[in-house]
Design a protein around this ligand. Structure first.
Ligand SMILES: *Cc1c(COP(=O)(O)O)cnc(C)c1O
Length: 395
């Protein structure tokens, strides 16, 4: 196995992490569907809760190891842990590094499960206090830090607004406060942004999205220094049980091979679609980090490399009356949750929880769509949007 550390990122996506030495000389890792391993026959002691020995698949499985090595090579990280879902990775960070009496500063625009964990579950069950703030505003982050702040958790670009938080500047604040900084970079993928290089302690992704990219497996990962990642493995993986299945790890490792090509295309197409939306008379507003009109475009330009990904937020002018009509008029673009797949996906994610919109920029509060631009031709995506605008009488 080679981590190709001296090679380019596309080479690392193809080659890193692969196990060699299979008896049949196969090019690719087999899927090791086994829940247990043979124990040493010499009676040597076994570390039953260990993460470095092959005992039981919850202590680690071979396909998990391959995927971890691949991701660590891609992000240039010392270590990586992959878990059963993005939320398992997030709760893994929180349950490992926080205890009763600790305080957290967290982006108020964040994945819904993070909002529920920090606003309800962790305060009520474990006396962990959280300040939910606008992390695109450095002063707000600074003002929220307390003597017992142990973790700053930000999401950038934020789901669903695409708001950009300044990772390097917040990393400095975290260091001064003696707190860890974890960054959910799911919207950017490891290709377009490197939080660890910008000073973050932990880089986290839902692998369900761009990293896998094929919409057929759930997973999550956390990257950082070995000392931190081993703690997550020991606590959240082995003892809280957030392990990934070997099959999903294998699928995600397969998806990762084409990540650079996919991210380049998602970014290119989304830029074209965002520019179309921006000039369309049917559109009330559009947020895309690659547009000059995006409020944090300059920060995005500084901390993202090679594109602005495929996520757009926008709204049409028809208001509530047109909202479902527009979705139902779309023919190529699917009305479905999740993001980062080959298929274009669109959703009005907060229709059931309008209270969340108070945390979003003013323009979002009358409603908006979250749009994951897929890998179809830009012309076909634009034509589909345009015919749906027409069907709604918006142009
Ligand atoms: C989807 C998502 C998650 C959660 O990941 P799952 O794999 O669905 O558990 C976390 N953060 C962001 C930004 C996401 O989009």
């Amino acid at each position: 196995m080679s981590n190709c550390a001296d090679k380019g990122i596309k080479t690392r996506c193809v080659h890193a992490g692969r196990r060699e030495g299979d008896v049949f000389g196969t090019m690719h890792d087999p899927i090791y569907m086994t829940s247990n391993y043979r124990l040493p026959s010499d009676g040597s002691p076994v570390d039953w809760a260990g993460i470095h020995t092959n005992i039981y698949a919850r202590n680690g499985n071979v396909n998990q190891f391959s995927l971890q090595d691949k991701l660590a090579a891609i992000e240039g990280a010392e270590a990586c842990v992959v878990m059963g879902s993005g939320v398992a990775a997030l709760s893994g960070i929180f349950l490992t590094f926080l205890k009763s009496g600790d305080h957290v500063v967290c982006s108020q625009v964040c994945y819904s499960a993070v909002g529920i964990m920090f606003r309800t579950l962790l305060p009520n069950k474990f006396n962990i206090e959280a300040s939910m703030i606008d992390s695109t505003d450095l002063e707000a982050v600074k003002a929220a830090i307390k003597p017992n702040t142990k973790l700053i958790h930000i999401e950038t670009p934020g789901n669903p607004t695409t708001g950009i938080s300044d990772i390097a500047a917040i990393a400095k604040l975290a260091k001064e406060a003696g707190a860890l900084l974890s960054v959910d970079g799911t919207f950017a993928s490891p290709l377009l942004q490197n939080p660890l290089a910008l000073g973050a302690d932990l880089s986290m992704h839902s692998m369900t999205k761009y990293i896998n990219g094929h919409g057929d497996a759930l997973g999550g990962c956390v990257l950082g220094k070995t000392a931190l990642i081993d703690k997550i493995k020991e606590q959240a993986m082995v003892n809280f049980g957030g392990i990934i299945s070997p099959f999903n790890a294998w699928l995600i490792g397969r998806g990762l091979i084409t990540l650079p090509l996919r991210m380049r295309q998602h970014s290119q197409t989304a830029q074209q679609v965002a520019e179309f939306l921006e000039q369309s008379p049917a559109v009330r507003f559009v947020y895309y980090p690659g547009l000059k009109s995006h409020p944090q475009h300059e920060v995005a330009k500084r901390q993202m490399n090679g594109g602005y990904s495929g996520m757009i937020s926008f709204d049409i002018k028809g208001g509530e009356a047109a909202r479902m009509k527009f979705l139902n008029a779309l023919k190529l673009i699917s009305h479905a949750v999740s993001l980062g797949d080959a298929e274009s996906l669109i959703v009005f994610p907060d229709s059931a929880s309008p209270h969340k919109m108070q945390f979003y920029p003013e323009v979002f509060r009358q409603g908006y769509y979250r749009f994951s631009v897929g890998l179809e031709d830009a012309e076909d995506i634009i034509a589909d949007l345009d015919q749906a605008f027409k069907a709604c009488g918006l142009r």
